[in-house]
Design a protein around this ligand. Structure first.
Ligand code: ATP
Ligand code: MG
Length: 603
């Protein structure tokens, strides 16, 4: 089997070729979770909850915890928003600016008659208006549902309709193109607020003049721990996006996990590259860093390697939270950083959203001077659950260990590949055995329901566990290893094949920039492993490279190596950047592509 893994009976052996990355004693001592074992033992969510400031007179409101609380805290470092417009330059909004602008926005909502509990969607690029309107809506007691601004008209319509939003904040240009033509089909939508002046549009409120007219003081609506604050749509990787509902009390988990998994602290310059239209960009691009007193960087522009290295350098970013797709794109440009790049302020790098290939972890160590720390969570969990932390060894290819307060396990699978539930009970898998990743219900940021789908939500729980739909295995030290989504795993000639492992093995070849692996039907083997491969610049997709890669795969993986390799120019991604294996499979089988709304973006 070479250095790869064997998968008989659903058991695997860890890939041996990636040495763990150790931390120096000094690095560990400096880290937020220097005493991981003790914190795990002593941790309680109740104690964590008592760290919140709380609204004067009682109640919890995310906006108050994010910004207002810092005004009364002379010892703490106040957060700020540092905005980098696509056109160049930068603007900084200090804590007092954020407080008064969000108060004004809350007053705008009140003057329109928008009431507590109503839903407000945002359809905005990464601009200060996005942050201000979100904070202001929470202050007014509204539920915010951020929509990714690159969505085309159809995904926007679907989500506005599902959310039954009464209010939308957007730009005049997005409104004209994506909303005006369908506004009649959205009876719940009473108010459209556009962020431009002189938009000259009928039936919209222009934000700049409304803000000027509004008072900078606002008495925050007394929301409670269990009051809804956010409606996040999932990425739609496996099907139609689900609407996950989150509460104000979730901030307890946002704060704790950002300290634990991102090593974040007051005074950090923090760059989360995810758009606030996705849960990562909201939990960690807005809520956690503001509430902890960090400077939040917000870059309006799209991905560009030179720009990103310039930002890391010029803004002296200390903590960087990004995604495997972005890292793979940076890796495509090789090990040579652009001249002038200086990453000496960069203390911690983390990644989420997709499996992080071990290659990318060690590339970080080699090229950025910091290993990339993978962590795992979902829209439903609201916050990071499993992570490689600053204070511990990084095992490349592993998503790390459960954070303090998180009770996770791997459950033995039944015939359908998901956790087996027998008479209402589940059974933990053994160390090394592949099973369904599950979390003991009850952490503060757990989603409280799927919008309009109570049955689907109820089905996600068994025996007190939330079943994640992901397959993983644990090693003897409680590090978790992602195998694949339950829907994506391949059964080939008696082997259980996780696409991630095959993709990671292929990515270790110098020619491979990205790979997507699926099973194709085969009368003898059940399924055959097929890989779609995107090459790095300078490599020719021909027969000789194909045979070389096939042999390379066989050496690395043995029996589970891909039998077929197809070269493609690009892989299909969700709007949040994830490889859509179900689409590769649908294309391969000539099936309809199902709900492709999440691919709508550029259309
Ligand atoms: P949908 O639920 O609509 O199909 P989605 O699951 O991609 O979409 P998200 O909630 O954005 O929507 O993504 C969570 C999923 O992303 C996880 O369940 C997991 O499959 C994957 N994921 C996230 N982080 C990691 C990670 N570090 N390693 C491996 N997979 C990850
Ligand atoms: Mg999901």
């Amino acid at each position: 089997m070479g250095t790869g893994s064997s998968h008989h009976d659903g058991r695997t052996v860890e890939p041996a070729q990636w040495a763990p990355i150790d931390k120096s004693a000094a690095d560990i001592a400096r880290a937020n979770l220097a005493d991981f074992a003790r914190v795990c033992r002593e941790f309680s969510w109740a104690a964590e909850r008592s760290q919140l400031a709380g609204l004067p007179g009682g109640g919890v409101n995310i906006a108050y915890e994010a910004v207002d609380r810092h005004l009364d805290d002379p010892t703490g470092s106040a957060p700020s928003l540092r905005w980098l417009p696509a056109s160049g330059g930068c603007t900084t909004l200090g804590c007092t600016d954020l407080v008064s602008s969000s108060n004004r926005f809350a007053n705008v909502l009140r003057s329109l008659g928008v009431r507590r509990g109503e839903r407000m969607c945002t359809l905005l690029g990464r601009t200060p208006d996005l942050y201000i309107s979100t904070l202001g809506a929470w202050k007014a007691g509204c539920v915010v549902s951020p929509l990714f601004s690159a969505f085309g008209p159809e995904p926007v319509r679907q989500r506005l309709a599902l959310a039954e939003a009464t209010t939308l904040v957007t730009t005049a240009a997005y409104y004209r193109r994506k909303v005006a033509p369908i506004r009649d089909s959205l009876p719940a939508l009473r108010h459209v607020i556009v962020t431009d002046t002189e938009a000259d549009l009928p039936a919209v409120v222009e934000l700049p003049s409304a803000m000027t007219a509004a008072e900078p003081e606002f008495s925050i609506v007394r929301t409670g721990f269990e009051d809804p604050a956010l409606l996040h749509f999932t990425s739609g990787t496996t099907g139609t996006p689900k609407g996950a509902m989150h509460v104000h009390g979730a901030i307890v988990a946002h704060r704790a996990t950002a300290r634990f998994a991102l090593d974040l602290r007051a005074g950090d310059v923090f760059w989360c590259t995810a758009d606030p239209g996705w849960v990562t960009g909201m939990s960690y691009g807005v809520i956690a860093p503001l509430s902890l007193g960090a400077t939040v960087l917000s870059d309006e522009a799209e991905f560009d390697p030179q720009r990103w290295y310039d930002i890391l350098t010029a803004e002296r970013v200390s903590v960087w939270y990004t995604a495997p797709t972005a890292l793979r794109m940076l890796m495509r440009h090789g090990d040579e950083l652009p001249s002038g790049t200086d990453l000496s302020c960069l203390r911690f790098v983390a990644s989420v959203g997709e499996p992080l290939n071990p290659e990318a972890v060690v590339w970080g160590e080699r090229v950025l001077g910091r290993p990339v720390h993978d962590n795992w969570w979902q829209t439903e969990t609201g916050a990071i659950m499993i992570a490689n932390i600053a204070a511990a060894q990084v095992r490349p290819g592993s998503m790390g260990r459960p954070l303090p307060g998180v009770d996770s396990t791997v459950l033995r699978r039944g015939a359908d590949g998901r956790a087996a539930v027998v008479h209402g009970t589940v059974t933990p898998a053994e160390v090394g055995e592949v099973g369904e990743l599950a979390l003991r219900a009850g952490w503060p940021s757990m989603c409280r329901g799927y919008l309009n789908e109570p049955g689907r939500y109820a089905k996600a729980f068994a025996d007190g566990w939330y079943l994640t739909g992901d397959l993983a295995r644990r090693d003897g030290d409680d590090y978790y290893w992602f195998v694949g989504r339950a829907d994506d795993v391949i059964k080939s000639a008696g082997h259980l094949v996780g696409p991630f492992e095959v993709e990671s093995a292929l990515m270790a070849h110098p020619s491979v920039a990205e790979a997507g692996v699926i099973g194709t039907p085969d009368p003898v083997a059940g399924e055959l492993v097929k890989a779609f491969v995107v090459l790095r610049p300078g490599y020719n997709p021909g027969e000789s490279l194909r045979s070389e890669l096939t042999a390379f795969g066989r050496r690395m993986l043995g029996a589970v190596a891909p039998k077929q390799i197809e070269f493609v120019d690009s892989l299909p991604h969700t709007r949040s950047g994830k490889v859509m294996r179900r689409l590769l499979k649908a294309r391969e089988l000539g099936l309809p592509e199902g709900d492709v709304s999440t691919l709508e973006a550029a259309r």
